[in-house]
Design a protein around this ligand. Structure first.
Ligand code: KIV
Length: 312
């Protein structure tokens, strides 16, 4: 639909009238941590994806996603770092704010970056608070099990809901020996199960299980009452999350085995950029429909006012 754009854009244009996905109610309900609990009670899967910017968050929210995680994975898929370790609080908050501006319905989770919660409980609570106060998030996620209980309790005592994260915890890849599946031996699996129970007892409202055997993830999901959100952890979890750049085919460095690619946006972007370059080189773009003209009499007046062009 062609509309004149109101407000600060004094030009003609096309205003998007994109409606929510057709299967959604027209009045979208705000999701919260109770939504997670209710979904687990009703056996309904929880849907979650990462999101780092305004347009992606807008599309996720309009599609009806339950939760958006502003993950520190943005260090790799948006900022191009080798791993998540260099990501700072300021970078996280910058992306959180962009996501929060777009979202009406989804529960928003800010991922606490490396060294924002490990140094002291006080610093952890202060940084967790910044995600809500400055980043517009509704809750935070942090990695680790038994060693994080005191920190998690302190953040929850400050009124901030916490999501845990067990299994492959990317901020510990140097200790874990790389990006590899966790909990493959009975002993390692028991430790993850024990940690999951401890995180529930500490008050986490939910728990990410990353790269653990499907049987273990299912067992944990049955043994704890808070919802588990799996990534590379099989179908037995209470919900699923993926890194949005992986599932959209936007991150070309590598794709983990557990990722289902729903699109090839990197390929599509390259195609569009190539077409644009060809159009500009061939002077096919901008065409008449992309061009603004001034009224003929104004043009003539301008030419009449101009000094004659010098002969060269
Ligand atoms: O940072 C992130 O995107 C995550 C998900 C992989 C769960 O922690």
């Amino acid at each position: 639909m062609k509309l004149s754009v109101p407000g600060p854009y004094p030009m003609e244009g096309t205003m998007s009238t994109t409606a929510p996905a057709p299967n959604l109610p027209s009045v979208t309900k705000k999701k919260n941590i109770q939504t997670f609990r209710q979904k687990k009670e009703h056996g309904e899967p929880i849907t979650m994806l990462t999101g780092y910017d305004y347009p992606t968050a807008l599309a996720l929210d309009r599609a009806g996603i339950d939760a958006i995680l502003v993950g520190d994975s943005l260090g790799m898929v948006v900022l191009g770092y080798e791993d998540t370790m260099p990501v700072t609080m300021e970078q996280m908050l910058h992306h959180c704010r962009a996501v929060a501006r777009a979202v009406r319905s989804a529960l928003l989770i800010g991922d606490m970056p490396f060294m924002s919660y490990q140094i002291s409980t006080e610093e952890a609570v202060r940084n967790a608070g910044r995600f809500l106060q400055e980043g517009g998030m509704h809750s935070v996620k942090l990695e680790g099990g038994r060693e994080r209980l005191e920190t998690i309790r302190a953040i929850i005592n400050a009124g901030i809901p916490v999501m845990g994260h067990l299994g492959l915890t990317p901020q510990s890849i140097h200790a874990l020996g790389g990006f590899r599946t966790q909990g493959r031996t009975a002993e390692a699996a028991r430790r993850i199960l024990e940690d999951a129970i401890l995180l529930e007892e500490a008050g986490c409202y939910s728990l990410v299980l990353e790269s653990v055997p499907a049987r273990l993830a299912e067992l944990i999901s049955k043994r704890i009452s808070i919802p588990t959100i799996g990534i590379g952890a099989g179908v037995g979890c209470d919900g699923q999350v993926l890194v949005v750049h992986d599932m959209l085919g936007l991150f070309d460095r590598f794709t983990p085995k557990f990722v289902k690619k729903y699109a090839d946006l990197h390929g599509e972007m390259q195609r569009a950029f190539g077409e644009y370059i060809e159009d500009v080189l061939a002077r096919r773009y901008p065409a008449e429909e992309h061009t603004v003209e001034m009224p003929e009499e104004e043009w003539r007046m301008l030419l009449g006012e101009l000094p004659a062009e010098k002969d060269t």
